[in-house]
Design a protein. Structure first.
Length: 139
């Protein structure tokens, strides 16, 4: 069995951003040379997420609106976490809802995606450098 590890780094221009990283992860798969196995993709920060869904701009805006409705950024005083001097209590909750990672099966050197599936990095406390881990194991 082989193992491959790579970090993808992102600096988003906004507090909240949604980046389609499918092509980046597919490059990692090709680089790994692994033809059968699994791929883990996870956000290495507690205010960011990795998820799989459709690459449709309306859906992405729906996610953003929905998450902001569930855990609005302001008022900042609404979150006990922000009493520590932080202002990202909402980002922690958004990450919890969207999840930390995804796992995708690999068959014949390709990801086993369903129709329309794409891998996204979601940033909820951006404007600074953060990373995503890609770990691929198999043969």
């Amino acid at each position: 069995m082989k193992s491959f590890r790579k970090e993808l780094w992102f600096t988003t221009p906004h507090r909240r951003d949604y980046i389609n990283i499918t092509a980046d992860v597919e490059k990692c798969l090709k680089e790994s040379g692994i033809r059968e196995g699994i791929c883990l993709v996870n956000a290495m920060h507690i205010t960011a997420s990795v998820y799989i869904n459709d690459a449709e701009s309306g859906l992405i805006q729906d996610y953003d609106d929905w998450l902001e409705g569930l855990a609005p950024h302001e008022p900042i005083s609404h979150y006990r976490h922000n009493r520590t001097g932080e202002d990202n209590g909402d980002a922690h909750l958004k990450r919890q809802i969207m999840g930390r990672e995804v796992v995708v099966a690999i068959t014949n050197g390709e990801f086993d995606f369903g129709p329309w599936e794409q891998i996204y990095y979601a940033e909820f406390d951006g404007r600074r450098r953060k990373r995503v881990l890609v770990k691929i194991i198999g043969e």
